[in-house]
Ligand binder design. Structure first.
Ligand code: NAD
Length: 370
């Protein structure tokens, strides 16, 4: 029998522990019903870690993350820690994990469940059935490039500087992630940059095209200027399958795509590192939302973004695609039955708490997946 998968749970702050509790129940269901084994360990991160240890991430927890098969992260932050020194802020815990695990590819799916098509600000016919994946380069580009800073010029005025830098190897590895994903989807990649005005964009376009020609001739590759991609995402988002783009444009395009789906409480994400000798990648999965201090501790949080993040973990880290499908179908069915947490509430639907949404999912899993 295959050895158990090692999962590190980092619930963090605010609603993190509430939504992760529901994920744990789904994992227990998978163990009981699908003969799967998971070794789950749990640790502190963010403000919770600062309160206990004086740092948002201890070295021990960092080591545990490096040795896990996958990390599931809740959320960090809250007003209690707003006045801490920058280096101690809860968010630094997440940034350290991303940096030391070298998580260079951020995957943000934008999926519209039929039952929620009305929640989008776009017309239902534009977004119903939408299923796109944005792959954002996460560790390079203008957010990290040197030189950077603010300097005072001789005449006393100031100048702010950031530098967009990409090397071929940074472009190639994120392009490969996009092409691999497309192979498991509809086989189409759109690469977005600004090759019309930026040299780094020209290099990006050339390298992505070369990787496609040499290694992924079966994938259909198109190139689009990032400003046009932003426009096309609201005009006709279903034209896309996988979008691959850099850190800056990905930051913007993934948030834009997220809003097509209507709710922060529904959005999962994955961040992947380089494959090791066995093909296994370091990986961290997390809902897109934050710690929602305004609703924390009241049973109001929508657990679906975190549960869908577990689905991504099963699919991308553990190659358990049919179990991931099962979770997505259960989510879709529960929504179709009319159950809603407060954030996605619509007239005529049944408003439920975090744990009642979890109960409904387990019932649904029993029905469709036993
Ligand atoms: P947020 O995502 O926490 O909340 C924004 C709004 O959406 C709030 O009204 C909240 O109640 C609601 N919301 C978010 N997730 C929800 C869910 N699952 N169910 C129901 N409603 C939900 O963003 P914010 O208010 O800007 O930030 C709050 C704190 O979270 C800050 O300290 C911020 O730094 C931190 N944050 C952390 C992460 C992370 O851990 N990755 C990401 C974003 C923000």
């Amino acid at each position: 029998m295959a050895s158990n998968k090692k999962i590190l749970f980092l619930p963090g702050d605010g609603i993190g522990s509430e939504v992760m509790a529901e994920v744990r129940r789904i994992l227990e269901w998978l163990e009981a019903s699908r003969a799967l084994g998971f070794d789950i360990t749990e640790d502190l991160v963010g403000g919770a870690s600062y309160d206990a240890h004086g740092t948002p991430l201890t070295d021990d927890t960092m080591n545990a993350a490096m040795n896990a098969d996958a990390v599931l992260f809740g959320s960090v932050g809250g007003p209690k820690w707003d006045d801490l020194d920058f280096s101690l802020k809860p968010e630094r815990g997440l940034l350290r994990l991303r940096k030391e695990m070298d998580l260079f590819a951020n995957l943000r799916p934008a999926i519209v469940f039929d039952a929620l098509a009305e929640a989008s600000t776009l017309k239902p016919e534009i977004i119903s059935g939408l299923d796109i994946m944005i792959v954002r380069e996460l560790t390079g580009g203008i957010y990290f490039g040197e030189p950077r800073g603010i300097e005072t010029l001789e005449d006393g005025t100031r100048r702010g500087i950031n530098t967009q830098v990409y090397t071929t190897s940074e472009i190639e590895r994120v392009a490969r992630v996009g092409f691999e994903l497309a192979r498991k989807r509809q086989g189409r990649v759109c690469s977005a940059e600004k090759a019309n005005v930026m040299e780094s964009g020209i290099l990006w376009r050339e390298d992505v095209q070369r990787i496609r020609d040499e290694e992924y001739p079966d994938i259909e590759l198109t190139h689009m200027y990032a400003d046009n991609a932003a426009m096309q995402l609201v005009r006709n988002p279903k034209q896309f399958d996988v979008i691959v783009t850099d850190n800056l444009f990905g930051d913007i395009l993934s948030d834009e795509a997220a809003m097509l789906t209507g709710s922060l409480g529904m959005l999962p994400s994955a961040s992947l590192g380089a494959p090791d000798g066995t093909g296994q990648r370091r990986a961290l999965y997390e809902p897109v939302h934050g710690s929602a201090p305004d609703i924390a501790g009241r049973g109001l949080a929508n657990p679906l973004a975190c549960i869908l993040s577990l689905g991504m973990m099963l699919r991308y880290s553990f190659d358990l695609g049919s179990e991931a499908d099962l979770i997505e179908t259960a989510v879709s069915n529960v929504l179709s039955e009319g159950l809603r947490t407060a954030d996605i509430m619509q007239p005529g639907k049944a408003k439920v708490s975090t744990s009642v949404m979890g109960d409904a999912l387990l019932r649904e899993l029993d029905e469709i997946g036993a």
